[in-house]
Ligand binder design. Structure first.
Ligand SMILES: NC(=O)c1ccc[n+]([C@@H]2O[C@H](COP(=O)([O-])OP(=O)(O)OC[C@H]3O[C@@H](n4cnc5c(N)ncnc54)[C@H](OP(=O)(O)O)[C@@H]3O)[C@@H](O)[C@H]2O)c1
Length: 241
């Protein structure tokens, strides 16, 4: 299979090379002496790569701390299951899936990847593979922040800094789904895109401050405030719900 591999931790992204790697072995995976209990093989249709993962120790060593180069980066994926390993439950061959691969194993910048079934979820038929590959890490980050660390409950307020960003836009949507009052901060026109894509916001004021009729308020930092030193000056919302 074709894959992008890295071999030199000092080379950065310049060291990423497209090369040929052995296909995952479905027969071995399905045997009792297979690679790992509960693994499946996925044909990768879309993959996500995080810029700084080449600085993560797990890109270069396995769980025992042993060198595992050449390693294949990328951990987000969406694709189709092509083989089931011994002990796999909950998935079937041909199923559309998305998820995250283990940090210490070969990743998703490849035509095929071996991944634990528990790290995958069904991808609905009306969701593009590219969208599926783009939501696993940001969605998990947002979920952990809101619900595992923040213990968010309906009716509470959430302040989302960088609300138009990859993680921020997920936080906005999950918090609104959970019945929270959401306040977002942002600097650019990306705010409108993020608010529109949140689908929980039925109208948007194009004059600052931003306000939606669905219970979210946006504060914006003016270019004048950004360019001077000292604490940022935020515009006031017109009203709260
Ligand atoms: N992406 C992931 O899967 C992931 C996973 C774990 C942790 N993280 C961490 O989560 C954070 C956000 O990541 P991301 O992927 O969401 O990044 P991103 O898509 O680049 O979004 C960053 C957001 O921060 C805002 N921002 C950046 N610099 C700013 C500044 N000087 N003042 C005010 N706002 C500023 C941007 O606002 P504008 O849109 O207004 O420019 C943007 O909305 C990072 O610390 C990242 O390391 C990300």
């Amino acid at each position: 299979m074709k894959a992008i591999v890295v071999t030199d931790p000092a080379a950065g992204t310049a060291g990423m090379k497209l090369t040929q790697r052995p296909d995952p072995d479905a027969a071995r995976l399905a045997s009792l002496s297979g690679a790992s209990y509960g693994d499946v093989i996925v044909e990768v249709h879309a993959s996500g790569f995080t810029g700084n993962e080449l600085e993560w120790p797990s890109t270069w060593t396995d769980r025992l701390g042993c060198d595992r180069t050449p390693s294949i980066p990328g951990h987000e994926l969406a694709g189709v299951v092509t083989a089931l390993g011994y002990g796999t439950t909950g998935l079937s061959v041909g199923q559309r899936v998305f998820g995250l691969t283990d940090w210490t194993r070969d990743g998703t910048l490849a035509e095929y990847v071996v991944v634990e079934a528990r790290n995958l979820a069904p991808l609905p038929g009306d969701v593009d593979f590219t969208v599926g590959a783009g939501i696993a890490m940001t969605g998990l980050t947002a979920w952990q922040g809101l619900f595992e660390h923040g213990r968010l409950r309906a009716g509470q307020s959430v302040l989302v800094h960088g609300a138009a960003g990859a993680v921020g836009s997920m936080v906005v949507q999950l918090a609104r789904e959970a019945g929270a009052y959401v306040i977002g901060t942002g600097r650019t026109d990306h705010r409108q895109t993020a608010l529109t894509s949140a689908r929980t916001c039925s109208s948007i004021s194009t004059t600052m401050p931003w306000k939606t009729s669905a219970g979210s308020t946006w504060f914006s930092m003016s270019s004048e405030a950004r360019s001077r030193s000292g604490p940022p000056a935020w515009s006031e919302p017109e009203e709260h719900w």
